[in-house]
Design a protein around this ligand. Sequence first.
Ligand code: HAM
Length: 400
Amino acid sequence: MIRTLRGMKDILEDENQKYLYFIKTCTQIVNRYGFEFIGTPILEDTALFKRSVGESSDIVSKEMYQFIDKGDNDVCLRPEGTAGVVRSFVENKLDRVGGVHKFYYHGPMFRYERPQKGRFRQFHQFGVESFGVDSYLEDVLIIKMIKDILDTFSIKYTLLINSLGCDLCMPPFKKRLVAFLDTLDALCEDCQKRKRTNPIRVFDCKNNNCQELLKPSPRLNENFCQKCESDFSNILKLLDALGISYQVDPNLVRGLDYYSKTAFEFVSSDLGAQNAVAGGGRYDKLVEYLGGRKTSAIGFAIGIERILQMIEVPKKGRVGYYFGALCDEAIDVVFKEADKKRATDKVTLSYDVKSLKAHLKAADKQDARYCAIIGEDELLNKEIWIKDLSEKTEVKERFE
Ligand code: HAM
């Protein structure tokens, strides 16, 4: 038997309803905030992710589904959605148009990670990207939007937030940090590499020894420029005013290299080890880095599989019609009448001739509101016998 690949799964039965319900609800919420749909290809030039997500990240250095296609192009299944949206933004010259552009997207992402509960190799994200707003207010708006989504599904969370500084305060800080790291000789191999590629990622190291060694290191939040300092404190003040609780986590650097200034994660204690439900932040340099005009940008993505573990779809109750035939002669008529009804209602029909009892049972199992039956008598009288399974009433409807 051919099976799904390790770390990948089908979305069916209970999950498919939850998946669609989640997308529909998120779409309604982000539409209220002025975000419009964008679709970008799943397959992109590998260089896009190397340049944006960054070569120092685990995603690019270890987890890419990368291959050479038949035309000798180095391509990659997208590990996340932001890079493709920024590529599209620049390619379609929206950076030149100026103004504000707000997009949302959803779909599969691919990371060759070690699968475990809540961690897959193909997983799905719902994300948004906002371009052209420089104000810290947009950061709060984005966080409020995630809160709206999580609250709608009654998901409990903790918001972790940090600032990663900007072009002004980050380069001198990185120099100081590297000078400090150079005094340590027992850093793990990954951190040795990070020192050269993106030193702040050492704060994200899972190695206890590294974390111990880093205790006396210079800290990002003690080295902000005035603007980063005031933007970050304004964000926290507004979150307080909105009643959104948070924890400032000075070690939160995120696993992707494109962030500057605000970075955040929503974690949930209901999830186990893979506890990040959503993550995002500001990436004011990325548009320029991918060849566009300097444009402020911020976004987030929610991990759909992780969310689906925690949500229930409200019960819809009985809807639509179930059609069935009691004799062979009625089958074509049932097919035709079911088709007519489908113009206005959800309709399922049985292709098998069955007893009335069996049809009623099947209609009940499918949560149909009405069970519509045609047998010999109904054929003679040109009538459909219809039982309302909620009200327990019966009627006859004429057909031509
Ligand atoms: P990320 O933190 O890498 O950010 O992913 C966002 C969310 O995707 C995570 O919080 C998690 O819920 C889910 N996720 C990540 N990896 C897996 C996996 N292997 N299995 C299941 N779920 C997973 C980004 O991807 C950024 N593009 C977010 C962003 C948008 N930043 C700015 N704009």
